[in-house]
Write a protein that binds this ligand. Structure first.
Ligand SMILES: CC(=O)SCCNC(=O)CCNC(=O)[C@H](O)C(C)(C)COP(=O)(O)OP(=O)(O)OC[C@H]1O[C@@H](n2cnc3c(N)ncnc32)[C@H](O)[C@@H]1OP(=O)(O)O
Ligand SMILES: O=CC(=O)O
Ligand SMILES: [Mg+2]
Length: 698
């Protein structure tokens, strides 16, 4: 049972109160009574405004729905549509010429280009791994993935043949990135051999080898003849360790299942552990108990013999939830739940203040900033709300104005369509825009739900709106001065096992002008880092083509004229149902918010709430327009439930879907589809939270 206590008229989960009072406010020297009184006042100011913004979303959606209903069967009139969106206030006037004014931004965000890792905050083991993913072994990344073009490793220990292929690929990277005068890295006899073509790339010595820099990113070539790999290597090179995840986002949002005070406590406790620098986790790996903690900095000796350090950990952001959900962790006097986004802002910033005021063992921001990612905002008014909220949180915590920085996810259609105004609303604290194309696709489908059946999910990648969205995001970001001050980021690589394909495709993000892009794992961060050695993003940004106009962005991805066969329809439906069930069952029954779920071709895909939003909205859309019937959907759900059960058969804690069709997991899956069209913006949170709470209560 949750123990709730009273604080300034609020009813607060006791563990949350204890955490913030004893471990945050105490060390910060802030008065707890004052904090709670200020928090209650802040809620009185911001909760009603939050509710009004959600009502506006609903009202705009209802008008768009009616517009499509009135025109059913008629060809889409893009011109009339755009005028209509303007008239209802969905499109707002451009803010004119301005440049962002953010100050005190760490170099990893402002001036460097490199991978951004995302990690579910509830998983301390992963979270530590992510924070430590600033440096990654290139040899491990090649050996363990299909990014290496060589035969797979033979089972039974180290495969020397694959190892040789890894070493050759590593040498190729060094030759491409740190070329030598008239020599290949493959020819070196030892660490004293060879001369860099560009001497300025040489940075210094570490205890293990030599340190270099290219495009601002460091590379450590480890020389060690006592190491099993170094022993057999001509030059004694044991590994190539590269700077990988420059920044990491600890995610309180779409990759976690946090539905009550207990879950939120864990999220904040883990964030506290990262900021304070004392997070640790023990776990069993391969029969051995390992304890993972945060890595220290990397020291080296420079040319002049001076000892210096480089950050050993990724610069950390925390992603708060959006404006939609409320949380039972804190209730107002009338018993109503408080907006979860407001709670996240206050708690994560309060914890962040420990870093600003020097209470962390290692330190996160060297510029005294707290980095918060704000997802799922719809348009400039909602960005202005976040800006004002952060002002109020700074006042509550006694922090200087604009200490809290914001990363704006461009992942809702109203934000993409009014992006300049959104940036303007947070121009003093913005540190990134990022194309969250997964949520954005879900919102694209939901917004035009009633316009007609949507194209197949796979075809969305080539849709006109998506190309316009990606190109416009970069162009608008550059126009308003983000380069050199803030990140222009691109979205997630959602196929964690397809690293070869990632290496071929994700370089496209840099060529499109992005100085960071999301990866799902530390290994993916290490590999994606190679792209930033191959391309200089800041040069690319100087010469990008004009982006498409607003009309292209507003093109609805209807499946106009598509005449799918029954087999194609079944394939689409089954694929959506399988991803949906495979994800939902773990969310509801096990509280796991991000999973790798095999798709119809058995490729493991990263599924989170955003991908669930797409699949549930897609099925709901096809149902609404009669492409599939309710019976067909139910049959597909049953077929795919059996498949998902088989995929999870090895998990002793797993509760099968078949035989538990009335259980919370299957019920959630059914609701997400059959009640999908009526969910606010097509979001999955309300139903997931409800059914997870039911499952937790059982
Ligand atoms: C649309 C959006 O919002 S995208 C943003 C949300 N998505 C995410 O945050 C993705 C996070 N990624 C993940 O959760 C996982 O990588 C998954 C679920 C996608 C895939 O997991 P799996 O491949 O099954 O990983 P698995 O459980 O085998 O772990 C393998 C190792 O990689 C590590 N790892 C995997 N992902 C991450 C990560 N994101 N951060 C840190 N470490 C990670 C694990 O710690 C583990 O190492 P360990 O055993 O030494 O601890
Ligand atoms: O948050 C990211 C997305 O793609 O959605
Ligand atoms: Mg998202």
């Amino acid at each position: 049972m949750t123990n709730m206590i009273e604080r300034a008229g609020l009813c607060v989960d006791a563990r949350l109160a204890e955490l913030v009072e004893d471990e945050v406010l105490g060390p910060l020297g802030r008065d707890a009574g004052e904090f709670w009184r200020g928090f209650a006042e802040l809620l009185a100011r911001f909760a009603p405004r939050n509710a009004a913004l959600l009502e506006k979303r609903d009202s705009l959606q209802a008008q768009i729905d009616a517009w499509h209903d009135e025109r059913r069967g008629q060809p889409h009139d893009a011109h009339a549509y755009a005028s209509f969106l303007e008239q209802i206030g969905y499109l707002v006037p451009e803010p004119g010429d301005f440049r962002i004014e953010t100050e005190n931004v760490d170099v990893e965000i402002a001036r460097l280009a490199g991978p951004q890792l995302v990690v579910p905050i509830l998983n301390a083991r992963f979270l530590l791994n992510a924070a430590n993913a600033r440096w990654g072994s290139l040899y491990d990344a090649f050996y363990g993935t299909d990014a290496l073009d060589a035969a797979p490793a033979k089972p039974g220990g180290y495969d020397a043949e694959r190892g040789a292929a890894v070493i050759a690929r590593g040498r190729q990277f060094l030759d491409d990135t740190l070329p030598l005068v008239d020599q290949s890295w493959a020819d070196l006899a030892d660490e004293k051999d060879g001369q860099l073509a560009d001497e300025s790339q040489w940075v210094g010595h570490t205890d293990k080898g030599l340190l270099f820099r290219n495009n601002g990113l460091h590379i450590e070539v480890v020389f060690d003849r006592d190491h099993p790999v170094g022993r057999g290597d001509k030059a004694g090179i044991a590994d190539i360790v590269i700077e990988a995840a420059l920044t990491t986002i600890a995610d309180c949002e779409d990759s976690v299942a946090a539905v009550d005070g207990e879950d939120k406590w864990l999220a904040y406790r883990n964030w506290l552990g990262i900021i304070r620098g004392d997070l640790s986790e023990s776990f069993d790996k391969g029969g051995k108990v390992l304890t993972r903690t945060l890595n220290g900095d990397k020291s080296y000796t420079d040319r002049d013999g001076t000892t210096r350090t480089l950050p050993g950990r990724s610069l950390m952001f925390v992603r708060n939830v959006g404006h939609l959900m409320t949380s039972p962790a804190i209730r107002l006097a009338d018993g109503s739940e408080i907006p979860e986004g407001i709670m996240d802002a206050v708690f994560t910033a309060a914890i962040g203040a420990l870093d600003v005021e020097g209470h962390g063992r290692f330190g996160n921001s060297r510029e005294g900033s707290i980095y918060i990612v704000k997802p799922k905002m719809h348009g400039p008014e909602e960005c202005a709300f976040a800006n004002d909220l952060f002002d109020a949180v700074e006042d509550l915590l006694g922090l200087e104005r604009h200490t809290i920085k914001v990363g704006v996810m461009d992942e809702e259609r109203r934000t993409s369509a009014n992006l300049a105004a959104c940036i303007h609303a947070v121009r003093n604290r913005i540190v990134f825009i990022n194309t969250g194309f997964l949520d954005r696709t879900g919102d694209e489908i939901h917004t035009a739900m009633r316009a007609g059946p949507m194209m197949r999910k796979g075809a969305m990648k080539g849709a006109q709106w998506l190309k316009a969205y990606e190109a416009r995001n970069v162009a608008i970001g550059l126009r308003h001065g983000l380069s050199g001050k803030a990140q222009i980021g691109k979205g997630m690589w959602a196929a964690p096992d397809l690293m070869g394909q990632m290496m071929a495709e994700k370089i496209g993000h840099l060529r499109a002008g992005a100085n960071t892009a999301w990866v799902p794992s530390p290994t993916a961060a290490t590999l994606h880092a190679l792209h930033y050695h191959a391309e200089n993003v800041f040069e690319i940004q100087k010469d990008l083509p004009e982006p498409p106009g607003l009309d292209a962005l507003l093109t609805i991805p209807l499946a106009d004229g598509a005449n799918w066969s029954e087999a194609e329809i079944t394939e689409e439906l089954d694929n959506n149902c399988q991803g949906l069930l495979g994800y939902v069952v773990r969310w509801i029954d096990a509280g796991i918010g991000c999973s790798k779920v095999p798709d119809i071709d058995d490729v493991g895909l990263m599924e989170d709430r955003a991908t669930l939003r797409i699949s549930s909205q897609h099925i709901a859309n096809w149902l609404m327009h009669g492409v599939v019937s309710k019976d067909q959907v139910m049959q597909s759900l049953m077929r795919m439930a059996a498949k998902v059960d088989a995929q999870n058969a090895g998990d002793p804690g797993y509760r099968p879907l078949i035989g538990n069709e009335d259980g919370p997991a299957f019920s959630a899956a059914r609701d997400l589809i059959f009640k999908g069209a009526e969910q606010p913006s097509g979001y999955t949170e309300p139903l997931l939270h409800h059914w997870r709470q039911v499952a937790k209560a059982q």
